[in-house]
Each structure stands twice: as structure tokens, then as C-alpha cells.
Design a protein around this ligand. Structure first.
Ligand SMILES: [Zn+2]
Length: 410
């Protein structure tokens, strides 16, 4: 009997270990960076979405023009606002697809494990700003580049997707006929791949975007923007340059046009960046040997961009309620206040459970509880959706003002 129980326990442990080892399984770089890239990429996205279903969502945003291959996007986080990371507009630059798939699984793991990156709580950031990833914009072109034509940039029918966007002041040279690179198509958005990205951008209204390309270790950030958009673009560009050690391309060398980044800046009036990863291309696809270096430089980039968008869209203010001075913040138009001051002003009691990072407020009759980084609060045990998650900054817990004022009358 005892032995039986032991065996049962043993097989349960084996199952548990198996499940754990499957979850967050490291991606098979060689399988992805092969002529099977489109199948492997979509398989990896579905697997990640299944492993981390709590905070991911996968959708098909369109199809490739020649082979009707599904182009998928994955959303990570529950933030109301969002940013976009895309890769492989150009077939031969498909190492950026490998990079993006790894960025997704790295962040998904950090989210479920409640980790911090650079001292920032991952859940708090991703539950304020979600990240959409489109790792493989050009599946047909990538398949060509990884099988027979290592120099191939265009899509399956020879249109260069990063020349297929409508922009004013385009100066970049184009070729008159379809081929491996440089042909802009019969008109802007003539290709299903660029249409798919355009439609996703229009629906999601991203706060910022990164398009990964290769090579050269430089960052394009400017396309005729001025004023506030120029300032924000420069601040983010400097942050990205500092994090990756890639150089910002000077304005005098930035006037290209017809690309995703140019269109995004000009048409959607939000910051966008082209990050050129890798050193040595010689007009061909990058070698997998370069991958480690690229990974080190870019691992945290999507997270850092999401965090920077929160910084750029926050401001501080002060208000006096019942003679208590409260120093609050507005994040994307939503107010948050430090717990001690608001409780004093509204005569509420609060208790904090450090283990769970949970704080509860009560007026004697009702209890409102928040957990750091979570999108759901509890009001008298009933779930309540909140817009900006509770978060700790400089040792102080900040809570959404709207919910507190609504639930505890002054
Ligand atoms: Zn490119």
C-alpha cells in the first residue's frame, strides 16, 4: 500500500516536472532560422500563448501576398495603451524574427514570475502598456532568403515591403521592376503584408513602434517630425541608443521615406524607430553566430520602450483635500495618489500585507483591496477592474484615485 502511494506520488512529480519543463521551453533557434521559418514562428507564437494564456493573445492580422501564409500578432500584457514591435519586413533580415520570439518568451516568463527589470515591476508596466509583437511581417520573403536566395529582401512577388508605405518627401531610390530588393510595388499598400500592419496600427492606436531590421547597429528615429513629437522621439531614441549601444542616425542622413517607420511617424504622429541589428551582412542574411550579441543588446528593449512611454505620458500635481496635501500623478490621463495621504484625507484605515504586496482600505463598512501590478481590485470581495494598476514608487504605494473617490464618499 505504502509502495503504491509512493509510486503515485513519484509519477505525479514526474508529470509536474514535465509540465514545468515544457512551459517557457527555450525556443529552437536553428529550427526557426530555417526555410521552415513561417511554420515554426506561428507554432512558437501559439505555444507561448498557450503557456502564458493569463496575459497573452494571438490573432491573425493578415496573409502574405503570394502564398497566403498567416501573419500573426501576439499581445502581451493587459495595459489599456500599447506599443508595437515588428520584425522581418525584409526577407534576409529574419534573425530579427528569432530575436522577437525570444523577447516575447523572456517577458512572458518575467510577468508570471512577478520579476522586475531595471528595478521596475514587470506586471505594473505591462498592465499599463501592453506590447504587440509581429515577429514575421514577410514570411514568403524570409523563406526565400533562408532557402535559395540569401540576398532576398522583397516579398514573394518581388515587392520591397519597406518601400510600399505612403510617405511625403520620399527620396529613397527605387527599382522599376520586381526583384530581390528596392521595387516599391504598383502603388503604396499594394501588398497584403503592409495592409495587415496598417490595419493593426489603425485599430490599436499604438503609442510608439519599433521595426527591427539588419544590419549596421544604428537607429533611425526621425522623419520630418517637429514639436512635442520630435522631443519625445529624441528622448526615446537616446534611451534606445544607450541601452543597445547602437548610434542614432543624424537627421541629415535620415531622409529616406516609403518605410514603415517613416509612415508611422508621419501618418500616426507617434514615435517610431528602425533598429538595425547585427554587424556583418555583406548584402546577405546574418549568420546565427551574431545572435548572442544581438540578444544581449536587445533583450529588454520592448520593456524599456513600454516603460519610457509611461514616463513620457505622466505628470505630477498637488491637491489639498480636507487640509491634507496630496502629491499625485497622472498617467495617460488617469490619476493615482499615494495611499497614506489619501487615507488621511478621507479618514480611511489601511493595512498592508508585504508578502502578497496587497493593500486594503476601509471606512469601517466597506473594504477595497489592491495588489501591486494587478488590473483587478476587490471591493467587498467583488472583483473590480481598474485602469492603472497599484504600484510602488520610491517606497510609496500609489492607487487609482477614481476608484477610491467613487467607492468612499467624502
Ligand atoms: Zn531592412
Amino acid at each position: 500500500m505504502r509502495r503504491k502511494k509512493y509510486r503515485l506520488w513519484q509519477s505525479c512529480m514526474v508529470m509536474l516536472l514535465l509540465i514545468q519543463s515544457l512551459k517557457g521551453n527555450p525556443l529552437d533557434l536553428k529550427a526557426i532560422y530555417s526555410e521552415q521559418i513561417s511554420t515554426e514562428t506561428n507554432k512558437a507564437l501559439e505555444q507561448i500563448a498557450q503557456d502564458y494564456e493569463e496575459m497573452t493573445e494571438v490573432i491573425t492580422i493578415g496573409y502574405s501576398t503570394t502564398k497566403q501564409t498567416e501573419i500573426k500578432a501576439l499581445k502581451l500584457g493587459k495595459g489599456e495603451k500599447s506599443i508595437l514591435i515588428n520584425g522581418t519586413h525584409h526577407g534576409r533580415e529574419a534573425l530579427t524574427t528569432v530575436l522577437i520570439l525570444n523577447q516575447i518568451s523572456y517577458l512572458a516568463e518575467a510577468y508570471v514570475e512577478k520579476q522586475t527589470i531595471n528595478g521596475q515591476d514587470v506586471r505594473t508596466v505591462l498592465n499599463t502598456v501592453s506590447i504587440w509583437f509581429v515577429p514575421l511581417v514577410n514570411p514568403d520573403g524570409a523563406t526565400i532568403a533562408l532557402s535559395t536566395r540569401p540576398e532576398w529582401k522583397a516579398n514573394g512577388r518581388g515587392v520591397d515591403l519597406n518601400r510600399n508605405y505612403p510617405t511625403l518627401y520620399a527620396t529613397i531610390a527605387t527599382k522599376p521592376t520586381p526583384g530581390p530588393s528596392g521595387y516599391a510595388g504598383t502603388e503604396a499598400f499594394s501588398e497584403l503584408e503592409t495592409q495587415a500592419l496598417r490595419d493593426l496600427c489603425k485599430v490599436q492606436e499604438f503609442e510608439a513602434a519599433i521595426a527591427y531590421h539588419s544590419a549596421g547597429e544604428v537607429i533611425y528615429w526621425w522623419y520630418h517630425q517637429t514639436g512635442e513629437l520630435y522631443k519625445h522621439s529624441l528622448v526615446i531614441g537616446c534611451m534606445l541608443s544607450h541601452a543597445t549601444q547602437y548610434s542614432l542616425v543624424p537627421i541629415s542622413q535620415s531622409r529616406g521615406g516609403r518605410g514603415f517607420t517613416d509612415w508611422f511617424i508621419q501618418s500616426l504622429k507617434k514615435p517610431s524607430f528602425t533598429l538595425e541589428v547585427g554587424k556583418n551582412a555583406n548584402g546577405k542574411r546574418l549568420s546565427l553566430m551574431e545572435y548572442d550579441q544581438i540578444w544581449k543588446a536587445n533583450k529588454e528593449i520592448p520593456f524599456l520602450l513600454a516603460k519610457e512611454m509611461i514616463n513620457l505620458n505622466s505628470h505630477e500635481w498637488q491637491v489639498t483635500i480636507n487640509e491634507v496635501q496630496i502629491k499625485g500623478k497622472t498617467i495617460f490621463g488617469r490619476g493615482v495618489v499615494p495611499v497614506k495621504a489619501i487615507c488621511q484625507a478621507l479618514n480611511l484605515n489601511y493595512s498592508y500585507m508585504p508578502e502578497e504586496k496587497q493593500i486594503s482600505l476601509t471606512d469601517g463598512n466597506n473594504i477595497l483591496s489592491f495588489k501591486q501590478g494587478e488590473k483587478i481590485a476587490l471591493y467587498n470581495e467583488e472583483p473590480l477592474e481598474i485602469v492603472v494598476p497599484a504600484h510602488i514608487q520610491e517606497g510609496e504605494m500609489y492607487l487609482p484615485l477614481k476608484n477610491i473617490l467613487e467607492l468612499f464618499s467624502m
